[in-house]
Design a protein. Sequence first.
Length: 326
Amino acid sequence: MKRRHFTQSLIGAAAGAALLTGFAAQAQGLSSRPIRIVVPFGAGGVADVTARVVAQQLSSQLGQPVVIDNKPSAGGIVAADTVAKSAPDGHTLFLMSNGSAVTANLFNSLPFDMVKDFTPISTLGYFDIGVITDAKSPFKNLGELVGYARANPGKLNLGSINVGSTQHLAAELFKTTAGVDMQIVPFNGTPAVVTALRGKQIDAAVEILTPIMGQINSKAVNLLAITGDKRSPLLPGVPTAQESGVKGFVASSWNALAAPSRTPAPVIARLSQEITTAVNHPEVAKKLRELNVQAQAGTPEQTAKLLQTEIKRWGEVITAAKIPKQ
C-alpha cells in the first residue's frame, strides 16, 4: 500500500509540474492587449504601407488590435530606441529594414545595439532597386551606360536621394563594382531625382522602384536593370545588373519585424508563426505586389542572419566610400 501510495504521489507531482509548466508557457504568450508596430518612417511610404497591410491581417488572425505608430527620424533612431526600451512581452515591435543595417554603421554612438538589443522575428517582403535613365537618354541598357562611363571618367552624374540612404549607398556600390568614375548627386527625395533626370541635370539615377513605377509604366523613364540577385517575378523582362555585366552589384530593400531582445522564446515563436501566416495570405501578397513588394516571410534565425549580413555589407560600402560617421 505504501509503495502504491508513493507511486501515486509521484504521478500526482509529475502531473502538477506539467500543469505548472503549461501555465507558465501560457503566461509567456500574447495577451489580448493591442500590439504596436513602431515604424521609423512617415505615413504613406512603401515601408509604412507594407507594415499596415500585414498589421491588418495580423489583427484579423489574433482577434486583437495591431496598430502602427510612425516615429520618423534620421536613421530610425527614435523608433528603434523606443522598442529597445519597451517591455519584452511581444506587444511592441520594430519595423526593421536595410536602413537599420545602415544606421548600425553610420553613427558613432547609438542608445542601443542593433544586434544585441533586438530579436528579429520574420521578414515581410523585399522590394527592388533599379538603375534608370530618362526616356530620351542615349543609354538604353546598363552596358551602354557603363561603357560610356568607363571611357569618359568623371563626365556623368548619378542621382540618388540623401547621403547615407539605401539608394545613395547602392549608387556607391554601383560605382565600385562597375569600376566607373561618376559624380553622385544626392537629392532630398524621389520627386527631385526624377525631375533632375528628366531635366538632364543628371545622366542616370539609382532609386527604389515602388515610387517611380508610374514613370516607368508611362515610359517617361527607362529601367535599365534591377539590382536584385535574380530577376523580379514582378518585372520578369528586366535584366539584373549582374546579367548586364556588373558583377557583384546586388542590393535590395527589405522590411522585417523585431522585438526587444529579452522577449521570451515562446512569444517569439508565436509571433513568427502568425507573421508567416499573414505574409503568406493571398490577399496580403496581392496588396504587396501592387506596391511592387515581393511578400516573403522568414524564420527568426534567417532574419537575424539577414540583419547581420547586411550590417557587414553596408559597413564595407560606407568605409570604401569614405562616408563620415555622424
